[in-house]
Design a binder for this molecule. Sequence first.
Ligand SMILES: NC(=O)c1ccc[n+]([C@@H]2O[C@H](COP(=O)([O-])OP(=O)(O)OC[C@H]3O[C@@H](n4cnc5c(N)ncnc54)[C@H](OP(=O)(O)O)[C@@H]3O)[C@@H](O)[C@H]2O)c1
Length: 330
Amino acid sequence: MRAIVCSRYGPPESLRLVELPDPIPGPGELLIRVRATPVNSADSRIRALRMPSPLFSLAGRFALGFTGPRRRVLGTEAAGTVESIGPGVTRFRPGDSVVAVLGMRLGGHAELARVRESGPVIKKPESLSFEHAVAVPFGALTALYFLRDIARVSAGQRVLVVGASGSVGAAAVQIARHLGARVTAVCSTLNVETVRTLGAEGVIDYTRDDPFSRRAEFEAIFDTVGATTFARCKDALTPTGVFLPAVMTATEILQLLTTARSKGRRVRSGVTPERPHDLATVFDLVSSGALKPLIDRVYPLEDFVEAHRRVDSGRKVGSVVLSFPSPPAV
Ligand SMILES: NC(=O)c1ccc[n+]([C@@H]2O[C@H](COP(=O)([O-])OP(=O)(O)OC[C@H]3O[C@@H](n4cnc5c(N)ncnc54)[C@H](OP(=O)(O)O)[C@@H]3O)[C@@H](O)[C@H]2O)c1
């Protein structure tokens, strides 16, 4: 199979498209012929070992590999057809179209990917293309976890989504709205209309206005891109409001600990869990029309360097997706 390999941490040009042996599905595993896979902020972070601080970079080397990632094929999600199944697989058959979250096991940026049947993998809704289906989980699972599980956003609450045009932000606007919240989105001039179509009641263009100059207005501020700090947005929170940074530096970790028992304004965050039932939930939201995937651009597999450059720019609108050619008919 062909796979995009990251042998050393570095820029997009350090990636290579190479031939690797075809993987064989083990017990309880499916082998997916990948048709589409996103290049997301996690892939870009791992490839470049771009961490919020030098201390995190050192921790990253221990966790991921010292000179390059131990798991050389990146890719946290994949959509495709089941090529074969390992012993004990009961829910899927060869030929099924599926969407899977590989998470930190990675491996989506290849023509074939191994997926655990017990993990987050579901049949792809027929109404969605592989490209649109695979653009859903990364942002939506994160938004669901932060808004529903951490902040427990409920109907009528006011939520500010910072970075509303990114993968996580675009899903956050829609999921907060689905939870009944009144959503204000923060983005630049270029993305105001896009973000409004996602369902934001108010939009603040951060190039013209300071989104955090409001006083005691929001029950939750979800900073999906590391654009602000607790100190800067604190006054915009209600007295019991919660600041949710998706990107944590040492400062946020400290604030999270020091405000843990507070009933006042506080910081809450975490790492998105990879749960099968959450994947089902986000695709239910897609089926009901509450959540629409937002795609920045689809690149052919061979343009993986360009795709990574686009993600590195920090300007993508929704998801960047790599599309794989369909296998020849037999
Ligand atoms: N904690 C977790 O479990 C978890 C899970 C997933 C992701 N994350 C983290 O979440 C972060 C966001 O991921 P993502 O994939 O959603 O990012 P992304 O798609 O790469 O974000 C790009 C978007 O951010 C917007 N943006 C950039 N600077 C901004 C600013 N100052 N204010 C408002 N918007 C701004 C850009 O719009 P403009 O060009 O208009 O500025 C662009 O549309 C990543 O750092 C990732 O590591 C954390």
